[in-house]
Write a protein that binds this ligand. Structure first.
Ligand SMILES: [Zn+2]
Length: 322
């Protein structure tokens, strides 16, 4: 989120957990796997842009990744957002391979990849919309907003960019750039914008409000795919063969391949949080892991350093997604 390394999006983790916890023959697995592949490609693209951004002096720029901000009645999401006292920069990151043709007359983008042509919505229109959302958000929260600029960053270095026949590359389509040109584009902005629009105090307040309003994006993955809770497999699964594990003298033993693990429950509990909700009780854990002893369930939960609320039977353990 803020400046640190971009975290793996929760949606990727949710899809992975779903695939692990459904029977292999489940009819929805191909769809879940296809979505996962797309989201992973997007995430890899964003990480490669982060590499270029890592060359910026962190004292001069305030960078936020994967911001999801509320704007009644919905949310809006920004891949990367940079603040300086002089300007604000929105980065819309695209991981698209092949040849991209920009049509400024029809506001569209077409991709030709191995002879297959696919249309995309105009990233400039998209970036402009985000600019408006950001302006409204800052206005609503009485924050100072230095002038907003945006760049659409193509993360794949082998993607070919060209204009439709007979068209010239004019503004704003010159804002679509390759990731390797990102730093030089930022240098250009630095020479263009030299008037201080936000003080250190303004930037501090921006950081505080953005971190406070950022939404972790937890939504029910079961609802997303129309999967019933009863379809989720119970018990601790073996990391070696995905067979069912049983607890025996403080260890997990695979009933299929005899693999032994001390920590196999950790991933199972993480999966529970990703698949059901970000909190769990002793009883819910016993049902999910298919274990009988409340004492064992207690030990397992206490070993995880989770936030705890309530007491005795109402004790609830919470997972905090960032
Ligand atoms: Zn096994």
């Amino acid at each position: 989120m803020f400046a640190e390394e971009r975290a793996k999006p929760i949606r990727i983790e949710q899809n992975e957990a779903l695939i692990r916890n459904l029977v292999d023959s489940h009819t929805k697995i191909p769809l879940i796997a296809q979505d996962l592949k797309k989201r992973k490609a997007g995430f890899n693209g964003e990480k490669s842009v982060d590499y270029h951004l890592s060359f910026l002096n962190s004292k001069k720029y305030m960078v936020f990744n994967d911001l999801k901000l509320p704007l009644t009645p919905h949310h809006f999401q920004i891949d990367s957002l940079l603040f300086t006292p002089f300007y604000t920069l929105i980065l819309e990151i695209k991981n698209i391979s092949g040849t991209l043709t920009i049509d400024s007359e029809f506001n569209q983008l077409t991709k030709n990849y191995n002879g297959v042509v696919t249309g995309y919505s105009d990233p400039i229109t998209q970036a402009n919309r985000q600019k408006l959302f950001l302006q409204r958000f800052f206005y609503d929260h009485h924050l100072v907003l230095p002038p907003i600029k945006f760049l659409v960053v193509i993360s794949n270095p082998s993607t070919i960019l060209k204009m439709a026949p007979g068209q010239k590359l004019l503004s704003p389509y010159d804002k679509i750039i390759h990731a390797q040109n990102l730093i030089s584009e930022i240098s250009k902005l630095n020479t263009l914008y030299t008037e201080e629009k936000a003080t250190k105090k303004d930037l501090k307040r921006i950081k505080k409000v953005l971190l406070n309003k950022h939404d972790t994006g937890f939504t029910s993955i079961l609802d997303t795919y129309g999967i019933n809770e009863t379809e989720i497999l119970k018990g601790v699964k073996c990391e070696s063969c995905s067979g069912k594990m049983e607890r025996f003298f403080g260890c997990w033993h695979c009933t299929k391949c005899n693999f032994i693990s001390k920590t196999a429950h950790v991933r199972a509990i993480e999966d529970y949080f990703l698949l059901f909700k970000p909190s769990i009780t002793n009883r819910e854990l016993r049902t999910f892991l298919d274990i009988k002893s409340p004492k064992t369930a207690n030990q397992l939960l206490n070993s995880l350093n989770l936030k705890v609320t309530g007491s005795s039977k109402g004790t609830t353990y919470h997972k905090e997604f960032l």
